[in-house]
Design a protein around this ligand. Structure first.
Ligand SMILES: [Zn+2]
Length: 261
């Protein structure tokens, strides 16, 4: 027997003619959506759908949940965010590398405490869910166990999460600087455990922080891991700030700056 639910409210959704780049919105101020066995089976104006012969009988059998003028919309997608930085919101006003050293690295050090890591992860994913974000691509910290509990907490919210343990083996504070092989091994173990877990909602991203904090061995080893685990992602930062670009260029004798002003 099918499970049917119906929701009424102000329905908005971006749509795109496939690949045309011609974006527009659907907008039903008095909208109705019908969900059958977890899948959207009808969407449109409430009055028009109610008059449809195939839907009338269905709608008489279910209790329509009425959200009035509230918006019903697709989940939001956040393509880049940092779990530990939820504790440092609005700490800014400095250049990237100074901001990292003053605020972010000290905040990340605290994730060696597994109880703290779980508490912040629970807060982080609850905030995402409360604000309508149903897919997020997430940096954690270098701590393998903290990343592991972050995946556990992500699973509790049933949202889609692409996430990984941060990898740093150069130019990081001592407490956040890894032994290269341990960073690679820890990441591999997490990918093996979590990639495609929880009905495929959880996926793994190998996460070298950026060029400044990566040895060539870490980057090439990460590339090898990414190839060994098909379907996993690579998540990093590239060319965010002038001083970062200059630092990476100085670190790599073979690097050349193309189009850099
Ligand atoms: Zn970032």
């Amino acid at each position: 027997m099918s499970s049917i639910a119906a929701y009424k409210g102000h329905i908005v959704s971006p749509i795109s003619a496939s690949g045309s780049g011609d974006y527009s919105f659907i907008d039903y101020p008095r909208g109705l959506m019908v969900v059958t066995d977890g899948k959207l089976t009808a969407l449109g104006d409430f009055d028009q759908l109610s008059e449809r012969s195939d839907l009338g009988a269905v709608l008489r059998q279910v209790t329509i949940e009425d959200f009035g003028k509230r918006l019903i919309m697709p989940g939001l997608i956040d393509m880049h965010l940092h779990l530990p930085q939820v504790t440092q919101t609005a700490k800014s006003g400095q250049h990237l590398l100074a901001w990292l050293n003053r605020y972010i690295f000290p905040a990340e050090c605290k994730f060696s405490d597994i109880d703290y890591a779980r508490r912040i992860a629970r807060w982080f994913f609850a905030e995402l869910a409360a604000n309508g974000t149903t897919l997020s691509v997430v940096f954690t910290t270098i701590h393998k166990e903290a990343c592991n509990v972050a995946f556990e907490e992500a699973a509790r919210t049933h949202s889609r999460v692409i996430m990984g343990k941060v990898m740093m083996d150069l130019n990081a504070p001592a407490a956040l600087c890894e032994v290269t092989q341990e960073s690679l091994t820890g990441s591999m173990e997490l990918a093996r455990k979590w990639h495609n877990a929880h009905d495929g909602l959880l996926q793994y991203a190998f996460t070298p922080r950026f060029g400044v904090t990566s040895t060539p061995e870490l980057l090439s080893g990460t590339g090898e891991l990414w190839k060994r685990f098909p379907g996993t992602y690579m998540h990093t930062h590239l060319a965010e700030a002038r001083e970062e670009i200059q630092t990476v260029a100085a670190l790599s004798g073979s690097a050349q700056l193309y189009g850099y002003v």
